[in-house]
Write a protein that binds this ligand. Structure first.
Ligand code: ATP
Ligand code: MG
Length: 372
């Protein structure tokens, strides 16, 4: 069962350079969260701080009642065992073959026999599609294969918290699709808490329960996927639609007048495919809020899915209207019946459905029509 990670007022700097300040968010247990942000905004630094490799200047990271920002070395060592981490560069040992690389955490942290280790390593190799490559050195395989070996190593201790730093970079689109399915399937099987850093908008839109965005030394937003995907906030919109126009520039942040001019120009062109924030019909949901990726057939439902619906339903009235609508559309029948304005199907004529009463099957069809 995944555990909650509660981050409060976290600030990190290197010398005089503040990377980000006052970051507050909670990774709900067993849910999948994605962290977005332009290059260099400190996403990797954030993951390294969460796992206790970097010390924050201020703030707390509480996991199972232990604050990683001020606990003892021993507590830190013990809490780290909860984590499985894929670092951005893979961080494989160059002189060890893949088998020994993946077996390393087991040999380091457990007393398992070599035959048990072999069984686990083979299972993880198969899971990431690397069976038969265990004797190869990291330098002898492709970048994508190294990434997948790093994934296998991150999973070998059956972690309760999984941090993946750009697991999809360097993978071809088909493998990204497989990887996303693997993440959802793993989550269904383990109920672990996931935080994934990615630049892939498709992944960000369809995989997570929650999305966050780091920009200009702060956490601009963190919340349920429906909130960010329907947001009118300029940075969020720009990022989730992968557009040039907006506050995020190539090398340095654009100034406000340049942003205003670009947005005005967009408006002049009609802005149909890229509406200016606040003026477009769908905000960051320019292509709608797509249905979330489900576990593969035959796997159990994600335990977090039900818990998440309870959680989101409890705060539904606090969400912006567009997000509320998106949440309602995605609810299952049981949760939908708890909506204050719910009307049972019997009490409705066929063509007078309440806004929140679409069947799960119609959700995809509706997305298709919104996406046009
Ligand atoms: N150990 C360190 N010492 C000093 N500065 C560092 C250190 N690690 C990272 N930084 C700086 O922190 C900033 C954020 O780096 P980080 O790698 O977290 O960015 P990122 O958001 O992961 O970017 P990308 O999307 O390109 O991976 C950069 O300016 C980087 O130079
Ligand atoms: Mg990074």
């Amino acid at each position: 069962m995944g555990v909650e990670v509660a981050v409060q007022g976290l600030t990190k700097s290197f010398g005089k350079q503040v990377i980000w300040g006052d970051v507050t968010l909670t990774l709900p247990p067993g849910e999948i969260s994605v962290m977005l942000g332009p290059s260099g905004t400190g996403k990797s630094v954030f993951l390294k701080t969460l796992v206790g490799l970097l010390k924050p200047d201020r703030g707390s990271i509480v996991i199972k009642d232990v604050d990683l920002a001020r606990c003892s070395e021993h507590q830190l060592y013990e809490t780290r065992k909860l984590f499985g981490v894929l670092f951005q560069d893979g961080a494989l040992f160059g002189s060890m073959n893949l088998f020994d690389n993946i077996a390393f955490p087991l040999r380091e942290h457990t007393r398992k026999s070599e035959s048990e280790i072999r069984q686990i390593v083979n299972e993880k190799l198969e899971m990431v599609g690397l069976t038969g490559t265990e004797k190869k050195l990291p330098g002898e395989i492709s970048g994508g294969m190294r990434k997948r070996a790093g994934l296998a190593r991150a999973l070998v201790l059956d972690p309760e918290i999984i941090l993946f730093d750009e697991p999809d970079s360097g993978l071809d689109p088909v493998r990204v699709a497989y990887l996303n399915q693997l993440i959802v399937d793993l989550n269904a099987q383990t109920d672990s808490t996931f935080l994934i850093v990615t630049h892939d908008i498709g992944t960000a839109r369809t995989v997570p329960d929650n999305l966050g965005l780091l920009f200009r030394r702060e956490l601009v937003m963190f919340g349920t996927r429906e909130v960010l995907l329907t947001s009118d906030e300029a940075v969020v919109e720009q990022f989730l639609n992968g557009r040039r126009e907006g506050p995020i520039g190539m090398s340095e942040e654009k100034d406000a007048s340049q942003v205003a001019a670009e947005l005005a120009a967009l408006g002049d062109r009609g802005g149909v495919s890229a509406p200016a924030p606040g003026t477009g019909p769908k905000g960051a949901s320019g292509t709608g809020v797509p249905p979330q990726l489900l576990p593969s057939p035959g796997l159990p439902e994600r335990k977090a899915a039900g818990r998440r619906q309870d959680r989101v339903l409890a705060m539904l009235h606090t969400l912006p209207e567009k997000a509320q609508e998106a949440v309602k559309r995605a609810l299952d029948d049981e949760h939908r019946s708890r909506l204050p304005d719910y009307r049972s199907p019997e009490s409705q004529s066929p063509d007078s459905q309440a806004p929140g009463s679409h069947s799960a099957g119609s959700e995809a069809a509706e997305y298709e029509s919104v996406a046009e």
